[in-house]
Design a protein around this ligand. Structure first.
Ligand code: SF4
Length: 328
């Protein structure tokens, strides 16, 4: 039985939520911030922090299944599965199919008087892929090849992973996304397992193996999704844990009370931006980090190790395309 293939019933459910299904197992959707940025109302925090263009960003995932059942996840975590079982679509078909479906979803913006038409024109030639929409992308066996396809098209890529498949992370060190995100849900095994409820028994050990490879990536981010009553605890322990890792940036993001997470948590689990900033301050003091930016309406704070010189903003060429790091 092809578990990783999206059934017609699931497809209908996903399409009713604004997704488009591409091939057997990929999904794409227009991000809230892409819509806002096309109307010049606001941009996402990754635009503010790193300079990616929210209006030219295709939010997608080559799989909609995940091997975690995080308590704070907006997804319906009944769609959780530990490994790939089913057909594996061609990476070029996925990339081109997602671009086509995403552009189709944006057609309504063309005739909208509030749309910045210059930005809309740029959606005809997308600039960025956020491989973070849903599920665990590293479960997709041809992810390195998909990253290569994006590079050939001069499209930058931010890949978000929960780090439970270190073999795939290893392969990606030779096929690097523009920026890799590893989501870490606890500074210790017990806190991690309580918050993420991983399916694979060795998930915590696999995550450590992944974190030990961060130094091999040009740009890497460790991202915390902080949820009160679960992993928004012991900032000093977090500081010590993070101080041992060789990442470029650390993002502290507050849990948002949205989607299916409301069936598992109350709104009290959602920290305020001020609480996130105070927590970040304590982590920075313990771990030797400095706070370099924040965005209140995304409840996120950006940290960097004291004394590191990593270039925060991405470089763009004359066509407005990100200039790629040399590693292939
Ligand atoms: S980077 Fe993320 S938040 Fe920003 S526009 Fe893309 S999908 Fe949305």
């Amino acid at each position: 039985m092809a578990i990783t293939t999206i059934s017609n019933l699931e497809k209908k459910d996903l399409e009713n939520q604004g997704y488009r299904v591409v091939g057997n197992h990929s999904v794409v959707k227009v991000c809230h911030w892409t819509k806002k940025s096309l109307k010049s109302e606001d941009v996402c925090y990754k635009c503010q922090f790193y300079g990616i263009k929210s209006w030219g960003c295709v939010e997608m995932s080559p799989t909609w299944l995940c091997d975690h059942r995080c308590v704070f996840c907006w997804r319906n975590t009944k769609y959780s599965w530990p490994k790939w079982i089913g057909p594996v679509d061609n990476p070029k078909d996925i990339v081109e199919g997602c671009i086509k479906a995403w552009q189709g979803l944006l057609n309504g913006f063309k005739g909208n008087e509030r749309t910045d038409q210059e930005r809309f024109k740029q959606t005809r030639d997308p600039l960025h892929f956020a491989i973070s929409l849903t599920g665990e992308p590293t479960m997709y066996p041809k992810l390195p090849e998909m990253i290569d396809v994006l590079k050939e098209k001069k499209i930058s890529s931010f890949l978000v992973t929960n780090g439970t498949i270190p073999e795939m992370i290893d392969k990606l060190t030779k096929h690097q996304p523009t920026q890799i995100y590893v989501s870490v849900y606890g500074p210790a095994k017990a806190i991690y397992e309580k918050t993420a409820m991983p399916l694979p028994k060795q998930a915590w050990d696999n995550l450590q193996a992944t974190l030990n490879k961060l130094g091999e990536f040009n740009r890497s981010v460790v991202r915390l999704t902080l949820t009160k009553g679960y992993n928004m605890v012991e900032p000093e322990l977090w500081g010590k844990f993070l101080s041992k890792l060789d990442m470029t940036f650390v993002e502290l993001k507050g849990y948002m009370w949205i989607g299916h997470s409301r069936e598992r948590l109350t709104i009290d689990a959602m920290p305020t931006h001020e609480e996130i900033q105070n927590f970040a301050q304590k982590i920075a003091q313990t771990g030797g980090f400095k706070i370099i930016d924040n965005k209140a309406n995304s409840r996120v704070v950006l940290l960097m190790r004291e004394g590191t010189k990593a270039e925060r903003f991405l470089e763009y060429d004359a066509e407005g395309k990100v200039t790629m790091p040399a590693i292939m």
